[in-house]
Design a protein around this ligand. Structure first.
Ligand SMILES: *Cc1c(COP(=O)(O)O)cnc(C)c1O
Length: 428
């Protein structure tokens, strides 16, 4: 399998190069040159396959020959070692709980897969790799945890001081080892600007062998297909599901659409967005216009210029009518988000986090127009990570993984919000 750049289709690299580079030289994103078709027999007998076998079968065509099968088997089993239950909320809507991993967010899957791939590729390189990542909360925790203890890879996470939740800060700052947390006296935008400047600085970038770990990296993006197959294994109805994906950078949704083009049965996809409505607006008007991000309760989706949207267009050969047939978009307000959490907790005794609530509200609107259909939403984070008790009155249970963090010592390095400070730190 080779990958081309969405900016330049003559660029062709294998999975190893695409993973190590992250982004093609000259911009754009890497995209698989063909979409593998899963054998009909595989899909019909899905129930008989183990989680490991499914993950291997889905990922193998994308890896090609750059890795031995035994290594890929090991990587997938270290990636998906937790559960992915599809839970019935009521007669029409289920929740695919993607928060049973180490940092209680779906990003654990992509981050773990990518960390093991990079660790494997780093073995053949004399110089260690430094993963540099800016986080508004969730990404940094998943990346830090996934790379913790991986040989040959150092992780440096920048986060804005005082602007991540208490749980997220504990996840970022209690690991030590090969993970360093930089607490930046500024905003998430400052952190992102500093990271971009470090990547753009060629001497620095080469000296530290810098790479990024966000969802533009194919090794983080592609494994997100796997759990859509786990949902299909557990889907209780004859009709194919309507799938609602709480979306920010659109990596998760795009992975689902890729799985559907490989043969996964899907009735319709829903782009479930908060007030950041670039994609729902595009789907209703045909005009794609990015906007500055606005802050909402579902803050992991506060993105005005979603980086993976070019991949969705690529999947449909830039054909708007074909895309519109498979994808509907909804923008949900914070008031609707809170209203949904309260309604589903009091009516169905199920507690959603704000991202899942956006997914639920969007799915409910779609299903009200399509009475024969049923669907599920991706519950992308555990409610304890984005506690809404103050607004809803419902306090989430605190899972074990979090209880173990409470009381641990925070270990971070304070940093000024400027590019030079980060450069100085990285050179030392
Ligand atoms: C990252 C994140 C999202 C958005 O996922 P994308 O792939 O960027 O669209 C949604 N919910 C939660 C909890 C997240 O952390």
């Amino acid at each position: 399998m080779h990958y081309f750049s969405t900016n330049n289709k003559t660029t062709r690299v294998d999975f190893r190069t695409a993973t190590l580079q992250g982004q093609p030289v000259g911009g754009g994103l890497y995209f698989p040159e063909q979409i593998p078709q899963l054998p009909a027999g595989f899909l019909q007998s899905l129930n008989r396959w183990s989680k490991e076998e499914i993950a291997f079968a889905v990922m193998k065509p994308y890896i090609g020959t750059v890795m031995e099968d035994a290594m890929l088997q090991r990587i997938v089993s270290e990636t998906i070692f937790f559960s992915f239950p599809l839970v019935k909320i009521n007669d029409r809507i289920c929740s695919l709980e993607l928060y049973h991993g180490p940092t209680l967010a779906f990003k654990d899957v992509g981050a773990r897969f990518m960390s093991r791939c990079l660790g494997h590729f780093a073995q053949n390189s004399s110089q260690s790799i430094t993963v540099l990542v800016a986080t508004s909360g969730d990404t940094g925790g998943a990346v830090a945890d996934a790379f913790y203890g991986v040989d040959g890879v150092e992780v440096v996470v920048l986060y804005p001081a005082g602007k991540v939740s208490a749980v997220q800060e504990l996840q970022l700052t209690t690991l030590d080892g090969n993970v360093t947390a930089l607490e930046v006296s500024g905003t998430f935008d400052d952190c992102q600007r500093m990271v971009k400047a470090a990547f753009a600085d060629e001497t620095l970038s080469q000296k530290r062998n810098l790479t990024s770990a966000n969802s533009i990296n194919v090794a983080r993006w592609l494994p997100q297909q796997i759990y859509y197959f786990y949902a299909q294994q557990q889907w209780p109805y004859e009709v194919p599901p309507v799938i609602s994906v709480p979306s920010g950078n659109f990596g998760n949704l795009c992975a689902g659409m890729l799985a559907a083009q490989s043969g996964l049965p899907v009735q319709q996809f829903i782009a479930a967005c908060n007030a950041n409505d670039t994609v729902p607006e595009y789907l209703s008007s045909g005009w794609y216009q990015t906007k500055p991000a606005v802050a909402t309760l579902s803050n992991a989706m506060d993105v005005g210029a979603p980086s993976n949207f070019v991949r969705i267009l690529e999947l449909f050969n830039q054909k708007f009518p074909a895309l519109k047939k498979m994808l509907s978009g909804y923008s949900i307000t914070d008031a609707e988000t809170i209203g949904t959490i309260k309604k589903i907790k009091s009516g169905d005794d199920y507690l959603l986090d704000p991202h899942g609530a956006v997914g639920y509200a969007a799915l409910e609107q779609y299903l009200s127009l399509h009475p024969q259909q049923k669907g599920y939403l991706l519950e992308t984070a555990h409610p304890v990570k984005f506690d809404t008790a103050a607004q809803t009155g419902y306090k989430p249970d605190v899972p074990n993984a979090i209880q173990q963090l409470i009381g641990k010592n925070k270990n971070s390095i304070a940093l000024r919000a400027d590019e030079a400070a980060l450069k100085e730190f990285l050179i030392d």
